[in-house]
Design a protein around this ligand. Structure first.
Ligand code: GAL
Length: 722
């Protein structure tokens, strides 16, 4: 039987070879796979953000784009929806995903977390975890450590059983424990630091046979490698000189939030960031994201993270190449690969070529590769290097895999690079039926009465976005406002994220927060009747927080005060009154979104279609458009809600929330950052919603829409992306 031999590190001017069988180790220069130092180009593809039917094509495109590794998080809340009940099917079939990557001949970096951040609901933690007695997340806390260790072991054992770690013949060459603990250690101090040390050691003890990494965690314990996440990482240094310089998140763009512009990052700048990192001795670079995909269902975190997680990644949300980014990076990957032997065999000598220009030369008997850099943001220069002269555009790096021939420059988009502008082409609308959900009000038998205002998650456990808060207020006939006409003002304060305010069954208005400040205040005068008036507040969450120290304690819902101003007795504070509660809207209870449930109510026909009404359900059946172009719904005529096709949730939609104001999120870092809105300003943050083709059958597909606010479904159309 062959056994992995211990590696012997040769001096840095010698290429790295050994007779080792299967093993993954590292040294100061690189990850060493089967005895070979590697420059590894990697890309994040999160398996539940696409469908299993899309996976092979995405992985193949990643391979064609020049990647060696696919990086993914593991999504705990998708895998353990209730304690001890595991789910590993369909979009959560992790083993299948990893095996597909292997079949394509690529490696895997498995970021187990199990905290993942990722703009994913609750950062990947199941909401039930919050209610484990005595728990406190991501710090030195017994119940938390026990739960996170149990899940980590579950995943590691599953991967071992399937022989998926590299020394077993599998594709996994790296695993990550935790995620960006630095900021939490900074906020919480010693207990979080102790937890970080514990987490690293716990992971190492699982004996996977491949290195563990911790991203953005300076004090990662040996032998765990600490890695960089940022727009640029050229100056990053791991915490020990014998660890390689790795970049787990090179942000290819950024995520979109409802209410924010759609961020982008130019291909040239992203390429510059990566080339500079490799030039400076980096040996693993991962695009976060390579394919961003879609936050289907209620998986989006935030709050306010949009359903699209396109990220301006090299593969767009629909799995199509995002040009010229995809091809520009592909060409760079080729140039880096041509330089790989030289890069791993020597340390660079750095030479100045001018005030803002440098050459980094990797030379040994195994080869010579050079990177010529111009850091000047504004000026192109000609530089002399060796016997040649080279044109370096502003903010660019040229790659010379033989130290002579420039095969690539990060700022020169090849003429041959495709510049495809993808379009959304309508293929038609739908004929709808409607059903108006009931405005729940008062203390009915199916509601729960509690004293005061309760935090939303505590009541819903996130089983629905919606929670009704209801109370009654009595108005006497002697109220002055009835005569003078100055209607009283109802004020509702909520921790977020959205509220519809109904008085006596009628929507009188809505209010909502935003990504940076989820809190909201609704304040408006209201018409009240003599006698009992019904106040009903429909509070909606829009994705749970996924980042921040102890984000598990962030509140959602109407916490008050709720006041009525302008009555004879002065301001009435209803905050501590009796309120009745109901989780979810009635249509959810009836499962109107499902094929069987949708027939449980009487729908109005298309001639009597309800339009611009809150809490309206719409349904239609349709045939699948021909062809194989990806499909989406154009929801431009709608307000805010959710949509399902054949019972599968497409996600939350909110085209009425427009990209507003000066943005902090359309920047792409470093020298090119802009503080003003750059894209889709004044337009919906998200207008189109991906409909995976594999969720459709040829004919008779059922689509159901729940509109919270008010919209016109006759304006919805199916579009093809191409
Ligand atoms: C990082 C985090 C990722 C993701 C990213 C922003 O800090 O590690 O999970 O949230 O930010 O897209």
């Amino acid at each position: 039987m062959l056994r992995p031999l211990l590696l012997v590190l040769l001096c840095s001017s010698t290429i790295w070879v050994s007779s080792v069988t299967a093993a993954v180790t590292y040294d100061s220069k690189a990850i060493v796979v089967n005895g070979k130092r590697r420059i590894l180009l990697s890309g994040s593809i999160h398996y539940p953000r696409s469908t299993p039917e899309m996976w092979p094509d995405l992985i193949q495109k990643a391979k064609d784009g020049g990647l060696d590794v696919i990086q993914t998080y593991v999504f705990w809340n998708g895998h353990e929806p209730s304690p001890g009940q595991y789910y590993f099917e369909d979009r959560y079939d992790l083993v299948k995903f990893v095996k597909l990557v292997q079949q394509a001949g690529l490696y895997v970096n498995l970021r187990i977390g199990p905290y993942v951040c990722a703009e994913w609901n609750f950062g990947g933690f199941p909401v039930w975890l919050k209610y484990v007695p005595g728990i406190s997340f991501r710090t030195d806390n017994g119940p938390f450590k026990a739960a996170m260790q149990k899940f980590t072991e579950k995943i590691v054992n599953m991967m071992k059983q399937e022989k998926l770690f590299e020394p077993q013949g599998g594709p996994i060459i790296l695993s990550q424990i935790e995620n960006e603990l630095d900021p939490v250690e900074y906020d919480i101090g010693a207990p979080a630091k102790a937890y970080g040390q514990w987490a690293g050691k716990m992971a190492v003890a699982l004996n996977t046979g491949v290195p563990w990494i911790m991203c953005k965690q300076e004090d990662a314990p040996d032998p765990v490698i600490n890695t960089c996440n940022a727009f640029y990482c050229e100056n990053f240094r791991p915490n020990k000189s014998y660890k390689p310089k790795m970049w787990t998140e090179a942000w290819s763009g950024w995520f979109t939030a409802f209410g924010s512009p759609v961020p982008y990052r130019p291909a040239e700048d992203l390429a510059f960031g990566i080339a500079r990192f490799i030039q400076n001795g980096g040996s693993y670079a991962n695009y976060y994201m390579y394919h961003g995909g879609t936050n289907f269902g209620r998986t989006a975190g935030g709050p306010f993270v949009a359903t699209s997680y396109d990220y301006d990644a090299p593969l767009d949300e629909y799995g199509l190449t995002n040009e010229p980014k995809y091809s520009h990076l592909k060409q760079m990957h080729k140039a880096i690969k041509q330089s790989e032997t030289a890069l791993v065999s020597a340390d660079a000598t750095v030479r100045s070529l001018g005030k803002n220009q440098e050459a980094h030369v990797y030379s040994s008997k195994w080869g010579c590769a050079a990177f010529l850099a111009n850091y000047d943001v504004n000026y192109a220069v000609k530089v002399k290097f060796g016997n040649g002269q080279y044109d370096l555009p502003a903010w660019s790096i040229s790659i010379l895999p033989d130290c002579k021939t420039e095969v690539y420059n990060t700022a020169k988009l090849q003429v041959s690079a495709p510049r495809v502008h993808r379009k959304m082409t309508s293929v038609g609308g739908f004929t709808w039926n409607s059903y108006i959900d009931e405005v729940t009000s008062g203390f009915a038998s199916d509601t729960t009465t509690l004293n005061g205002l309760w935090e939303q998650l505590y009541v819903t456990k996130d089983s629905s976005d919606y929670l009704w808060y209801m109370t009654d207020i009595k108005i006497g006939s002697n109220e002055a406002f009835l005569k003078n006409g100055n209607d009283p003002v109802l004020t509702v304060q909520s921790a977020g994220h959205f509220v519809n305010v109904f008085v006596n069954g009628k929507l009188i208005g809505s209010a909502y927060g935003n990504k940076d400040d989820p809190k909201l205040t609704f304040s408006q005068s209201v018409k009240l009747n003599i006698g009992v008036n019904k106040i009903a507040l429909l509070s909606a969450s829009v994705g749970l927080a996924n980042v921040g120290a102890h984000f598990e304690n962030y509140n959602v819902g109407v916490l008050g005060p709720v006041t009525l101003k302008g009555l004879n007795q002065g301001t009435v504070d209803m905050t501590k009154w009796k309120w009745s509660y109901k989780v979810g809207v009635q249509g959810e209870k009836l499962q109107l979104n499902t094929i069987t449930g949708s027939s449980s109510v009487e729908w109005s026909d298309s001639k009597m279609l309800a339009k611009k009404q809150p809490l309206s359900w719409y349904k239609t059946t349709f045939n699948t458009p021909e062809g194989n172009e990806p499909l989406a719904l154009d929801m431009i005529s709608m307000g805010k809600g959710q949509v399902w096709i054949n019972g599968q949730s497409i996600g939350r939609y909110w085209p009425a929330y427009k990209a507003e104001g000066n943005c902090g999120t359309c920047y792409y870092g470093g020298y090119f950052s802009e503080k003003k809105c750059l894209s889709n300003c004044g337009q919906p943050s998200q207008r189109w919603y991906h409909v995976p083709r594999s969720w459709l059958k040829a004919g008779g597909n059922l689509m159901v829409v729940f509109e919270e606010w008010g919209g016109d479904p006759t304006g919805i159309s199916m579009v093809k992306r191409g």
